[in-house]
Ligand binder design. Structure first.
Ligand SMILES: Cc1ncc(COP(=O)(O)O)c(C=O)c1O
Length: 662
């Protein structure tokens, strides 16, 4: 009746098999995580199986990321930690400059190029200061999108008043007064009029302080963008002036004999432009506005093509929203060519081209490294021997699950999978109704998982996978608990499904053992990552190594330097992580230039209006009461108070266990 009905679950995966055969190499890891595709030359894998950072994209200088993390741990800077590679930032700026220089020389363009870094992309003082410093040889400037951003920029530019400052965003009277005062201080600053009323306020302050202002106008382009930020353009765009409003601005200035003050036209075609087609359309339209106004007598000198230059987060070089179907050089060439050809056609001088690329400058420099705290997966059968006899007296769903498990073969894959799904549902129903004991409910779960594993192993040999079986990857994936907060450190992953490349930073000479998803340490089921980069699609699991007792397992999220830091929030009061700036040393190796320690518990509590001293006093009083009532000894109450105070001064993330006596 029960031919060869004995089967033992081995739990072996394809990866284990590869490892056992000794075939795994770091080249396989590079292929699996696609590091060469999204890394853009900045990241690679060493023979030792560690992620390496190549700040200038060549192997002339390399930094071992795992070695950096270990070095930080020895300095009591435990994960999670955000590592900024300042030399990558410097390289990005040089790369931008060179791309435009090449495009200009190839197209016979006679004007200049300057990038202005939009500080909203990452306003952290250390980042803005570095961008400003590394951008100096190229005369790059800064862009502000709000009054507070301008207040910072005003002070940062005291020594270099000639470097351009562009002011975008909603502007009130005081914002525009600050702009005019900055002009008075000698800054080369251009407020970009985004709505008509701003002109009145600019003129008011210019008259009051006797300043001849430089003025820009933001054009509401008719061409709509693509991707997530498509609505930055088109007639319904939030910002910008219509064609007739632009003419009104020009006419008002002309009436006052101030047409020379209109010096810049601007557009912003949206962020993360994934299709070069929209760059062509937007820049072409802007160039015609420029040419028309110039021919009418405006004092135009600058054409500002806004931001939007993408980052190829998944490395696929496609028009997928996390990618882009063009490279920096193509972008620069398109911008230069479109502007140059319109100006040549209208026989006007080539203007200075400005771009406000933020993401493309800032993303690559930062890497968020976090450790894995533990994992949970589906219950496994272990060494249990499963026979049909085992289920002889069991309720029907258990018998069905045993049958499904034993019967899995290549011809009946889907059928067995369906049987298992149905039987498991029935077993759960029986349990909820009180008819199935807990141990059989546990057996049902383990049988279901084991059946799925067998189905997946056989299915991997098929040429094409039935669609329903695609779900097996997620069903069988493990959950790895990661010591960070998605809401604080990768808010775009949660809010807009942004994909960031994530992978282990060590053990890459070892085949990963399983597929998993990541759950962060917030008490929120949304605090997880189950979408990962892939060249042709989105992966729903990440290949991960088995955890080893007493050994940290580190993963990193890459390309996180743009938008993530200040958009992050304090969910569950997990604060800013530690941040370190790592520099290449001229004699080889690396050094730590700056350490910004992560928020302490006291800092995040103060941020949400707790009086931390008051909290300590309350615990002190409570301890005294406990001593009086005999619940604590005096010594214990002192230990408690010291513990409370030191935790207030401690990191908000999970820290390694303290071993040894108090
Ligand atoms: C006016 C303006 N300029 C520049 C940028 C920077 O864009 P990105 O980071 O995509 O280059 C933005 C961002 O949306 C923006 O609104």
């Amino acid at each position: 009746m029960y031919p060869d009905a004995r089967e033992v679950m081995t739990g072996m995966t394809t990866m284990d098999t590869l490892e056992n055969l000794g075939q795994w190499s770091t080249a396989d890891a590079a292929e699996l995580y696609q590091i060469n595709a999204w890394g853009a030359g900045y990241f690679g894998i060493s023979d030792e199986g560690h992620v390496i950072v190549r700040p200038d994209t060549t192997d002339a200088a390399e930094i071992d990321l795992f070695e950096v993390v270990e070095g930080l741990r020895k300095r009591n800077l435990t994960a999670p930690v955000l590592i900024r590679f300042s030399d990558i930032l410097a390289h990005r700026l040089k790369h931008m400059h060179e791309a435009f220089a090449t495009a200009m020389s190839e197209n016979g363009y006679k004007g200049q190029y300057a990038a202005v870094y939009p500080i909203k992309v990452n306003q952290q003082r250390a980042v803005v200061e570095e961008v400003y410093r590394y951008g100096e040889p190229f005369d790059f400037g800064l862009e502000c999108g709000s009054k507070p951003e301008l207040l910072a920029v005003m002070a940062l530019t005291t020594e270099t008043p000639d470097r351009l400052i562009i002011c975008n965003g909603f502007k009130d009277d005081a914002y525009l007064e600050a702009v005019i005062l900055s002009s008075k201080l000698g800054r080369r600053i251009i407020p970009v009029i985004e709505n008509y009323d701003e002109l009145r306020m600019i003129l008011k302050h210019a008259a009051r302080y006797d300043v001849r202002p430089r003025i820009g106008v933001r054009i509401k382009l008719s061409a709509e963008g693509t991707g997530r930020w498509a609505k930055s353009n088109g007639v319904k765009a939030k910002f910008g002036l219509t064609a007739s409003e632009v003419l009104d601005v020009f006419n008002v200035l002309k009436e006052r004999g101030m047409e020379d003050c209109l010096q810049l036209v601007h557009c912003h075609p949206g962020s993360q432009l994934n299709d070069i087609g929209c760059v062509k359309e937007a820049v072409g339209e802007l160039a015609y506005v420029y040419a028309e106004l110039k021919q009418m007598g405006a004092g135009l000198q600058y054409i500002d093509v806004g931001g939007g230059l993408g980052v190829d987060y998944d490395g696929s070089q496609t028009n997928f929203y996390s990618s882009m179907n063009y490279r920096l050089q193509e972008y620069a060439s398109e911008v230069v060519y479109r502007i140059g050809s319109v100006c040549d056609e209208r026989e006007i001088e080539h203007p200075t081209i400005i771009s406000e690329s933020g993401r493309a400058i800032a993303a690559y420099q930062s890497v968020l490294v976090f450790n894995i705290l533990g994992r949970c997966g589906l219950d496994e059968l272990g060494d249990e021997v499963i026979t049909r006899q085992l289920g002889e007296h069991a309720p029907q769903p258990i018998r069905d699950l045993i049958d499904a498990y034993i019967s899995v073969n290549e011809r009946r894959l889907l059928e067995c999978y369906h049987d298992a799904v149905q039987a498991r549902e029935q077993s759960q129903l029986l349990f909820r109704l009180g008819y199935l004991p807990l141990h059989l409910r546990g057996l049902a779960d383990r049988l279901f998982a084991a059946t799925c594993q067998k189905v997946r192993a056989l299915a991997s040999k098929l040429d094409s996978l039935p669609e329903e079986l695609l779900a097996l990857e997620s069903i069988l994936s493990e959950t790895y608990f990661a010591n960070f907060s998605v809401f604080q450190s990768l808010p775009d992953s949660w809010a807009i499904d942004q994909l960031f490349p994530i992978m282990p930073i060590h053990r890459l000479d070892e085949a990963p053992a399983c597929k998993g998803v990541l759950a962060d340490i917030t008490c929120d089921s949304d605090g997880r990552i189950d979408r990962f980069v892939d060249l042709s699609d989105v992966r729903h699991t990440l290949d991960l190594h088995a955890l080893r007792d007493g050994e940290e397992y580190y993963l990193a999220a890459f390309l996180v330097g743009a938008y993530q830091e200040t958009l992050g929030d304090l969910h569950n009061l997990f604060g800013d992580t530690h941040v370190v700036h790592i520099h290449l040393h001229e004699k080889g190796g690396w050094w730590i230039d700056e350490v910004i320690r992560g928020d302490t518990a006291a800092e995040v509590l103060e941020y949400v209006q707790y009086d931390v001293r008051g909290l300590v006093n309350r615990i002190d009083r409570d301890g005294e009461k406990a001593v009086r009532d005999g619940r604590l000894t005096l010594r214990e109450s002192q230990i408690l108070l010291r513990f409370y105070e030191s935790e207030l001064a401690g990191y908000t993330y999970l820290e390694p266990e303290v071993t040894g006596a108090d």
